[in-house]
Design a protein around this ligand. Sequence first.
Ligand SMILES: Cc1ncc(COP(=O)(O)O)c(C=O)c1O
Length: 375
Amino acid sequence: MQVEFFKHNIDEGDIANAAEALRGTFLTTGAWVERFERDLAEFTGRSFAVGLTSGTAGLHLALSALGVGPGDEVITTPMSFVATANAVILSGARPVFVDVEPETGNLDAGLVEAAVTDRTKAILPVHLYGVMCDMKRLGEVARRRGLFLVEDAAHALEARRDGIAPGEVSNAAVLSFYATKSITSGEGGAVVTDDADLAARLRILRLHGMSKGAAERHGGPWEHYDMPVVGWKYNMSNIQAAILVGQLPRVHAMRARREEIAGRYREGLAGISGLAAPSIPQGCLSAHHLFTIHVAPCRRDAVLADLVAGGIGVAVNYRAIHLMKYYRETFSFAEGMFPAAEAIGASTISLPLYPKLTDEEVDYVIGAVRESIKG
Ligand SMILES: Cc1ncc(COP(=O)(O)O)c(C=O)c1O
């Protein structure tokens, strides 16, 4: 049997929307993007959504639009995709890592305040695998210490914790529509926020810092644009938005199927000695973005190899960021500094998790994991 690591859920309706966008004359940021932004803001319960080329662009832009820059520190997690900490570096600031909770892999909110210095400008938590960080607690720390709070919600479009949605108690939440995300246009991203000024700055900074985009310049009488600030080229295209807009109404049903699959994995993998899985704290509605298991570090790569040999797509989400060559050499990070993140990084394996996965495929994966671990 061959079990792909991921299959997307782009359907015929999404393809028809993309075809309609392509048959139109306006391919860059225009009416499709406006429609997607309106629907995304409504879906997330935020006042504004700003469509971008990627989640990485969103992280960089959100930090920069809040004024984070050289000389500043941003507190974040070493247990994430490198994009999170890289975005801090792109903004000109320095990433300051705080270790994670061993049970969830999420930034340990109880350790954050001790890492605040007079250079700290923002906290950048990541809702790992779809389980949100303790936003109540992080929100309190940010308010008390006068810090910006930006959420990396790349895994958590549809997640909640204590009834709180991404972007609800922070300055902004950043979403990704990368190829393996719950809704996707291959590449894409967005920032959602309730802050009208921030949304306006994001719109200007996503397009070079220009006062008008192409849609505004070509809609009516001729008007010159000005460029009050220098920005980036991060604007979402009409093609991306057309692919995405029809996926939003299916998000909750797709989450429900992933939850079912995660439950089947948990049951099927229960009671195996030497195998554990991250837990989901009380009050969390997980987006179930990824299903990961932990095995003994000395066995991890052998289990990965066995699963690949059995035709199963796997991934490692993630090896700890501070141990990557660039981070070690640039910031003198070393082993032992963030033990909980390092332990996850050395033991984690991601199994296939997507709505199109059949129960038979899930059972095959469970069997292959059992077999490999016994070996
Ligand atoms: C946790 C996390 N943050 C940020 C990103 C970056 O998003 P993008 O690939 O859309 O730039 C990703 C994944 O792709 C991610 O998984």
